[in-house]
Design a protein around this ligand. Structure first.
Ligand code: NBP
Length: 500
């Protein structure tokens, strides 16, 4: 048997696995790779003979495990769910106490909690690490959200820090320019230890939920410019380009400008016009929304973005309904530049609300699961590598530096001031969208969230009275301490009886 020579191993050589393995090797670490389908491993290794660290292809799991220095560090990047369990089941009999298994897939956090416990019972260590940034991120620097055994994370930290995206320490902007074999050096790495067991995968899920919101909001801004202002895709692209050098500076705004400039190679039409208007999803936005409902946390804007994708998917029904249902014809007669600026502010305020909801979710989850989540650091590691990377995240980090126990991002002095400054425009845009029949569900939802959150008194008093009326669900009184419940014997016309 040869001496183990690999610093780390990786199982699963689809898009993410191949790119992450090359990223690791670019940083001088020798990596063993294994894939269920052997031909994939052989082709991958043959295609990349000269990486700085070196790739070592293995065709059996036993050979793969034997190639690794101890404690072994094994990254799994296979299809999330049953495939991850199958790989772990195959690995466990080959491992020794202290070895570390790292799941880099989009695992559901409760699966990660279960896996961490099962492996810990067998003397093995488990890290569930969110990996964001897609193919490009995996290759040249993802945002990494590792959770699990802290001692295990310390073992992989040098590799995680090396392969993560880097941001400029002063501006917080991503450092770019990495190329095969020439990774970015210096800068602040976009990784930090998130917390025990499923914390890393939980935070990755919330990241994806916010991403759903961010994307839908950008689409609503586009729809208002297109359908209400009658602008062409290249004209709208120019607006997004301008926005990308201001407060909304972000990867998603940047790629939106690129997409809207793109023409279809086949027809010459604006590319956005030849793409069918049905959006797919892999489920992490739904998980975020279901979790918000399970925990009783108001995160309506993220959920609205998920529902917007569902509504887009019922294309045939919409096509039929469009011929039957009526609504106003979009008609704009005001100052166009003023309205474009207003859309900017509506997008900005809605985005603040989506992030506020995401951080609220994490705040409740840490109580639910006994974590201590580093909110400021989470915003920091999302500044580079991931899909929601944005200048704006620097402000969230600063907000949590000012107050690590911030109840809601909307209460931070900076964000409070920004929403105060921009809300007139936000309300104008929501009003115009409703009046003109342009659907803008996340803009509406975020504004309703904001107005609801700032309301000392909501009509829930009437709602609770209704519950008491039809179901004797009782109610609390404004003039009595919380926790005392009352009931009226309904209906007693003219003579309500109060009972405690
Ligand atoms: P996929 O999610 O498409 O999974 C394909 C890989 O899983 C192949 O290597 C395949 O091996 C392997 N696999 C399957 Br399927 N069943 C297996 C089993 N029972 N035993 C062993 N291997 C099995 O790959 P991906 O798109 O590279 O994503 C990998 C992970 O990263 C996923 O969890 C994904 O959610 C996550 N992620 C993806 C992105 C992205 O942008 N794609 C971003 C962030 C996170 P085979 O070659 O033998 O079929």
């Amino acid at each position: 048997m040869s001496t183990p020579s690999c610093d780390i191993g990786l199982i699963g050589l689809a898009v993410m696995g191949q790119n992450l393995a090359l990223n690791v090797a670019d940083h001088g670490f020798r990596i063993a790779v294994y894939n269920r389908t052997t031909a994939t491993t052989e082709k991958f290794v043959a295609d990349h003979p000269d990486t700085p660290g070196g790739l070592q292809g293995e065709t059996t799991l036993a050979g793969f495990v034997q190639a690794l220095k101890r404690p072994r560090k094994i990254v799994i990047l296979v299809k999330a769910g049953a495939a991850t369990d199958a790989v772990i089941d195959g690995l466990v009999p080959l491992l020794e106490p202290g070895d570390i298994v790292i799941d880099g897939g989009n695992a559901q956090w409760m699966d990660t909690i279960r896996r961490e416990k099962t492996l810990a019972d067998q003397g093995l260590r488990f890290v569930g690490s969110g990996v964001s940034g897609g193919e490009e991120g995996a290759r040249f620097g993802p945002s990494l959200m590792p959770g699990g055994d802290p001692a295990a994370y310390r073992e992989i930290e040098p590799i995680w820090t090396a392969i993560a995206a880097k941001v400029d320490p002063n501006s917080g902007k991503p450092l770019e320019g990495a190329a095969p074999g020439r990774p970015v050096t210096g800068g602040v790495p976009c990784t930090t230890y998130i917390g025990p067991n499923g914390a890393g995968h939980y935070v990755k899920m919330v990241h994806n939920g916010i991403e759903y919101g961010d994307m839908q909001m950008i689409c609503e801004a586009y729809a208002l410019m297109r359908n209400l202002l009658g602008m062409t895709p290249p004209e709208i692209a120019a607006v997004f380009s301008t926005w990308n050098s201001g407060l909304l500076d972000s990867f998603l705004i940047e790629i939106t400008a690129d997409i809207l400039q793109q023409r279809d190679p086949l027809t010459g039409q604006p590319f956005v016009d030849v793409v069918l208007d049905t959006a797919g999803q892999k489920g992490t936005g739904k998980w975020t929304s279901v979790n918000a409902l399970d925990m009783g946390v108001p995160a309506p804007t993220v959920a609205e973005a998920v529902f917007a994708r569902f509504l887009s998917a019922v294309k045939d029904e919409r096509t039929a309904a469009a011929k039957i249902l009526s609504g106003p014809k979009a008609n704009f007669s005001g100052d166009r530049q003023h309205f474009i600026d207003a859309i900017h502010d509506a997008l900005y305020c809605s985005k603040i609300c989506a992030y506020a909801q995401g951080f609220q979710l994490m705040r409740h989850a840490q109580t639910e699961y006994g974590w201590q989540l580093p909110f400021g650091d989470i915003a920091k590691i999302w500044r580079g590598g991931c899909i929601i990377r944005a200048r704006f995240l620097q402000k969230i980090t600063e907000a949590y530096l000012r107050d690590p126990n911030l109840t809601n991002l909307l209460l931070d002095p900076y964000f409070r001031g920004e929403v105060d400054r921009c809300q007139g425009h936000w309300r104008e845009v929501v009003g115009a969208a409703a009046t003109n029949g342009v659907p803008a569900p996340t803009f509406y939802s975020a504004l309703a969230y904001y107005d609801g959150y700032r309301s000392e008194r909501l009509p829930a008093s009437l709602l609770q009275a209704q519950r008491d009326y039809f179901g004797a669900h009782t109610y609390e009184r404004t003039d009595q301490p919380r926790g005392l419940f009352f009931h009226i014997d309904w209906p007693v016309p003219g003579r309500p009886q109060i009972q405690s």
